[in-house]
Ligand binder design. Sequence first.
Ligand code: GLN
Length: 615
Amino acid sequence: MQKRDSTSPIQHYLQHLHDKYARLEDGAVATYIPELGQADPQGFGIVIATVDGQIYEVGDSGTPFTIQSISKPLVYGLALETHGHRHVATRVGVEPSGEAFNSISLDPATGRPMNPMINAGAIATTSLVPGEDDAARRLNLTGALASFAGHELGFDQKVYESERDTGHRNRAIAHLLRNFGILMGNPEEPLDLYFRQCSVLVTARDLAVMAATLANGGTNPVTGRRILQPHNTGRVLSVMTSCGMYDYSGAWIHNVGMPAKSGVAGGILAVLPGQLGVGVYSPPLDSKGNSVRGVRACTDLSRDFGLHLFNTPRVVTPALKSSHTGAEIRGRRLRRRGELDVLHRHGAEIRVYQLRGRLVFASIEPVIRSVIAQASAATHVILDLARVVDVDPASCRLLLDLADHLRRAGVHAHFTGAGDQAAFREYIEARLSAEGWSRLAEHRHLADALEACEHDLLRRHESAAFVDGDVGLGDQELCRGLTPGELQDLAARLVEIDFPAGAAVVEAGSASDSMYFIERGEVGIFLVNDGPETPPLSTLGPGMSFGEVALVDRDPRSATVRTLGPMRALRLSFEEFDRLEDSGLGHLRTKLVANLASVLAARLRSANREIASLR
Ligand code: GLN
């Protein structure tokens, strides 16, 4: 349990709220269950629990009291989990009755109670608690309530006996339900279980954690345990919304706007789906049976913290973080000058959409709109989910439908960074098989997908610039415009070396003494503090050179160059290079330096375009 942090403005606010209503003396403690009359009318606690398990509490937040009717939605959830909605619906409806909690609101024809929040409906729901015998059912019921709270819960034997011995009206309801065939067997059994469930002890803190569990789609945020499936959680919250506060339910949802449930012992559990749960305890009740201070505190909380469920003009943040073309951003592979030209001219065929946040209908819809609007000019669409927090089922479906649409239009669709999106993966595998998933999410990182798309682009726009195999000296980028004689003179000064995979050809920090022309294979450029798992900053392939920048300044190496597979290169030592002048080969030296300058200029331009597009 978190410590009370008095510096938090939230804690400060709760203290203020508590002070404000602690002096309110209206209402009366319930006495129709005699033992409840023993409650201390001064007891007052308020607790907020967030969906990530943070707890703010004030006053008597740890005072135990009986849960009473607040158990009803939780046991309804248990019944839904056990039997499914279809079966549960044969025993209890979901219509507000507009009558008091102990009313005998049964459908005149079927005898089915109107909803699970009135006693009749709750007794019917309790009869659905699973278990071989009484003892097993008791265990299952208390176990379920405990899992909502996140720990074992106590039991008030006196309150239980008091209600058991005086609850004639509930007894009458149970027998009536037996008459209509809503309860089977001896009606005293589910009735007894119902009295027991009402006498389970909770604190305002427990109520807040239970509420936060409902706010969190059915997973207890403190223990991390899933108690209800999200769709059942939605059903529970729905009946709380329409029926949770007795015949104050309409005004409550209008004023406070949170699904809630109150109990005659003075508890209120309120839920803001997706955000937080509230638990309040204060025994004096108003004429409708709701805690006087509880209602006031929740009303203030809702207004001051903007918790009204229906006062949410816009919660959705745009899912499209940025969109780029392949002319603007690049994979890791550095490109030769001719390749850069092709990518610059045709890069718009590659469209990259970087998504973020929570994908729900309203956030994904604008993305779909722009992808489709721009798809006619595209051959590749990459949807990068690396910054996505969550993909809801509707978005899973829409994203896959979008991929289908693109494929039919002749556009390749790729998903990157999707590996952590378990729901999305499950959805795709269910619809397309595991193979479909690996096809769509073939590339882990955006940079890998970009590289593959660039490769396809270069191949299709078959420019002379494109080379897909070994590159001899004559076709090296730095050897442009060299005469056969000059090539021969250069070749005589080079050493051909075969490097194995993973070899550090150049080490960051070491002295610079030579440069390399890559004939075959690939190398990666790694920064000094890159870990072993870090992908290279960039990669180079055949026809390109590395180590050549030091030719200009002779500074120590600024990065490590490691082979990404077997690699063959021609090594030119700076010593040899420096001797060119004296050997009467100044023209060769000049050409090499001029080529180097133009390669660096092309790379700089490309990098500038990329930086500009990221601004
Ligand atoms: N045990 C109580 C009853 O059935 C529960 C009622 C309530 O909390 N509203 O009367």
